[in-house]
Design a protein around this ligand. Sequence first.
Ligand SMILES: [Zn+2]
Length: 195
Amino acid sequence: MSALEQLIEALRRLPGIGQKSAQRMAYHLLQHDRAGAQQLAQALQHASAVVGHCQRCHTFSEHALCPICSNAARDARLLCVVESPADQAAMERTGSYAGYYFVLQGRLSPLDGVRPQDIGVRELLERVSDGVVDEVILATSFTAEGEATAHVLAELLKNRGLRSTRLARGVPVGSELEYVDLGTIAHALVDRRAT
Ligand SMILES: [Zn+2]
């Protein structure tokens, strides 16, 4: 494979990028923006080398604890469970949530073989057993799989005597949190209901 073909193949790994878009990006970088190509290569190399996961909430972090988990001023009684760092960022941008987070590695999908142990459910159950968390807010997506994940988590939490709530309806069915507008998320948070 030529260097150009390798570049196109690498770009195709990105979500939503097919052969044509990958080609366009590769041609653009090589034809018009060599400096940008170098910058992109360096940023990718640096980020993939230094960005790990927060030990406590499992979001992306360059340190053992992310800035949110390191912030002692937040409300330790609230723990919000989301599917991805992108969803966590969306929730955080609403500015209406003051508790901590737990970031799952996706959502349950029995058909694709994604089981509780694959998304960090065991770590979540350890995290909520600190004796301080009083309410677990299930903010998984409003897709069928996100709903099923919330249901499974609610049952597991109930068995451990822990209270959980779910974001209110109003978030469009089928949505990933990261694509929902912030006002809607903020309302869904305020109007959350017991599971
Ligand atoms: Zn954290």
